[in-house]
Design a binder for this molecule. Structure first.
Ligand code: GDP
Length: 361
């Protein structure tokens, strides 16, 4: 499955946040025999629709979609020059599908900042500079050869042009993602073989003081720093405390700081979105469940997420939109109202489709 790598300068609250993430690990709760990797936190994406479906189908349990967060410990500054540790750090980022930067905004004289000042803007620049330099090195290694090849093989010219343009963006000190060369675009496809770091989607977590959680003008300033990437605001220490409480106590504590859901829930939702994922739903007496597909996935691809045999033997999918099903109150009534659609192998899944697959075995 797709993963989000968590990076940041020392002492910004990464471990505190990651510990809170692993306490919320849904694998541990739902699959007692699963092997849990120490540096991976699997977090459920909150989805109120599952509660409603579980009510309609009298389901025994609810299984949300999940997002995998990977703790990428290690050096940031100098990584692009480094051998050894620096290389390992960059290799770990390369394996992630999105990059989540934890940025310190909280003030605390007892917690030293590596540069002796609290400045989200400069911290973001410090981290992005390393990633940008690493990408420039990758490009400088291959560009002369690519240019030479393209002189003979004209069909290689679009690729060379894309690499040259990427180089120009990076030389301006910008990430490719912020310049719109994000995964899924034609330009990024031409750059694919280079496995660049900064074409990955970015997402920023601002570890803020509790009173900043409701400070909209402060948050807007930070959002402007990172756009088009998304920003999530949370207090890592508070998240760690919340992870120890039951749901009701957690909500009470959240209300005292003006929040209606834990920051980790927001992070899971934003992370899922950043990875370009969406869900479809299944429900029955055993479970109400959200399954994960890439945006644009077809019905057979969606079936394959449940079981490869479902994809191989796919015949059709009976689909009811979540809202239609809730209005009708039952599958039988939704069918009677003509709200159940039979979709074939070219159907592109929509978020909130409630599905039953028909397949040959
Ligand atoms: P890391 O080096 O980025 O993994 O940072 P840690 O999670 O180890 O945190 C460094 C120090 O900052 C620890 O003493 C934490 O208790 C403290 N810390 C983390 N988050 C917060 C926060 O939101 N507010 C305050 N005041 N301290 C925090």
């Amino acid at each position: 499955s797709l993963t989000i790598g968590i990076v940041g300068l020392p002492n910004v609250g990464k471990s505190t946040l990651f510990n809170a993430l692993t306490k919320n690990d849904v694998l541990a709760a739902n699959y007692p025999f699963a092997t849990i990797e120490p540096n991976v936190g699997v977090v459920g994406v909150p989805d109120a629709r599952l509660t409603t479906l579980a009510g309609i189908f009298s389901s025994e349990r609810r299984l949300p979609a999940t997002v995998d967060f990977v703790d990428i410990a290690g050096i940031v500054r100098g990584a692009s020059e480094g051998e050894g540790l620096g290389n390992k750090f960059l290799a770990n980022i390369r394996e992630s599908d999105a990059i989540c930067q934890v940025i310190r905004a909280f003030q605390d004289d007892n917690v030293v900042h590596v540069d002796g000042r609290i400045s989200p803007k400069e911290d973001i620049e410090t981290i992005n500079t390393e990633l940008i330099l690493a990408d420039l090195q990758t490009i400088e290694k291959v560009l002369p050869r690519l240019e030479k090849e393209a002189r003979v093989k004209k069909d290689r010219q679009p690729e060379v042009k894309a690499v040259q343009e990427a180089k120009a963006v990076l030389e301006e000190g910008r990430t490719l993602f912020s310049a719109g060369v994000a995964q899924g675009t034609e330009q990024a496809a031409l750059l694919h073989d280079l496995h660049l770091l900064t074409t990955k989607p970015f997402l920023y977590v601002f570890n803020v003081d509790e009173d900043e959680l409701t400070d909209e003008s402060f948050k807007d300033e930070q959002r402007a720093l990172v756009a088009p990437a998304e920003a999530v605001f949370l207090n890592a220490k508070l998240e760690a405390d919340l992870a120890e409480l039951d749901e009701e106590e957690a909500l009470e504590l959240l209300q005292t700081v003006g929040q209606d859901e834990p920051g980790l829930a927001t992070l899971a939702r934003v992370g899922f979105e950043t990875l370009g994922l969406q869900t479809y739903l299944t429900a029955g007496p055993k479970e109400a469940r959200a399954w994960t597909v890439k945006k644009g996935a077809t019905a057979p691809e969606a079936a394959g997420v449940i079981h490869t045999d479902f994809q191989k033997g796919f015949i059709k999918a009976e689909i009811i939109s979540y809202d239609d099903l809730v209005d009708a109150g039952s599958v039988a009534e939704a069918r009677a109202r003509g709200k159940a659609r039979m979709e074939g192998k070219d159907y592109v899944m929509r978020d909130g489709d409630v599905v039953e697959f028909r397949f040959n075995v």
